[in-house]
Design a protein around this ligand. Sequence first.
Ligand SMILES: Cc1cc2nc3c(=O)[nH]c(=O)nc-3n(C[C@H](O)[C@H](O)[C@H](O)COP(=O)(O)OP(=O)(O)OC[C@H]3O[C@@H](n4cnc5c(N)ncnc54)[C@H](O)[C@@H]3O)c2cc1C
Length: 297
Amino acid sequence: MEFFQPSSWAEALEIKAAHPDATPIAGGTDVMVEINLDHGRPSSILDLTRVRELTEWGMDDGMLRVGAGVTYARLIDELGDRMPGLAMASRTVGSPQIRNRGTVGGNLGTASPAGDAHPPLLASDALVELASTSGSRRVSIHDFFTGPKRSAMRKDELIAAFLVEPARGAQQFSKVGTRNAMVIAVCSFALALDPARRRVRTGIGSAGPTPLRASEAERFIEGVLEEENLWDRWTEVSESALKRFGELVAIASRPIDDVRGTAAYRRHALAVLARRCFAWAWSSPFMGRWPAGPEGL
Ligand SMILES: Cc1cc2nc3c(=O)[nH]c(=O)nc-3n(C[C@H](O)[C@H](O)[C@H](O)COP(=O)(O)OP(=O)(O)OC[C@H]3O[C@@H](n4cnc5c(N)ncnc54)[C@H](O)[C@@H]3O)c2cc1C
């Protein structure tokens, strides 16, 4: 097996251009499992751990640009206040060891429908920055996932970073698993509220061939909040509206029966998660801190 270890981003892109079949490795928490289980043996490995640029984050034209090599542990510590939904999801990933090694870039690289970073990235309308020696492009997260473990990334490209706006309102993430830690999601749900733009965004994990967005549910609840003027009044959303929101999230999912759960259970659980996430987010103190909220909250 050939082993490449670039020390700069430019060098990494050149190696990928010359060896499009080389398998990038960041934390290795997916790649090494595949190799250890003999699911495949890459002809060459492109180790990205020495590329400093991938481990950096900063502001870029109003958005947070986070290098693909930033680990879950750093994301929680350094960016938890600006990306609360993604930080909540990151806290559920694996174990401390996995969170110290694993990266959001690697989660995107694997593009599993069960990747825990994906629902909050969908709810935040994230962009994925892909780069090659011929330049870089930013792809909407809504166009990134093209099938189970397939994405819009070309063979000569690497993931440079992802970009999200710092949270503009409350965010939530919730996941069902067969135990509390070290578990692949049976299903998961993320929510982001944007009171100033009067927008609700969603992300569904582990309940379809790709991570999904529940557009109909978003439109429905936005309509309720608008019609009843709830963004301004900040009063409770009715039980019936929450129930319908949950149902529409379940309808947007496309789950299958597998070893982790049945499709029927996933739909049921998603309706519950969506309802709860919305209620938690709506009553979150973060909503009150937002300037559009009523004084005193
Ligand atoms: C015990 C255990 C528990 C886990 N628990 C969870 C969990 O709870 N939730 C969850 O979502 N995942 C979990 N995982 C899976 C894994 O930790 C995550 O998917 C993680 O985000 C992978 O990141 P990584 O940096 O280790 O990726 P790697 O294994 O290094 O790479 C993953 C994929 O991305 C590609 N890649 C990496 N970086 C780049 C880049 N910059 N550009 C292009 N391609 C790239 C690689 O080629 C590979 O295909 C678990 C894994 C283990 C072993």
